[in-house]
Design a protein around this ligand. Sequence first.
Ligand SMILES: [Ca+2]
Ligand SMILES: [Ca+2]
Length: 93
Amino acid sequence: MIYHVNREYDKDKNSGLSKQELSQLMLRLSNDEAIIGKVPNLSESELEHLFDDWNTNKDDKISWIEFREGLNRWTWKLQDRTKLDQIVDTFFQ
Ligand SMILES: [Ca+2]
Ligand SMILES: [Ca+2]
């Protein structure tokens, strides 16, 4: 699923996401919880930082591998334990 999304947003089909393509992809994810869970809206500078962080080989594009690994790291970093507990509690009430 994520792979498909990544391919779909790789507009120029160079097997990587440019900063602009990543921006469009993250916007889509922030508006669609069904794909990977809620992704927060990102500011320009946050996206800038995210791109640099995920682009581990510094070739100006995010490959599928980089995207997947970046997303994994990022999700853990953003994990809000209190919020998560609240959601789980609500779910089981
Ligand atoms: Ca591309
Ligand atoms: Ca890269």
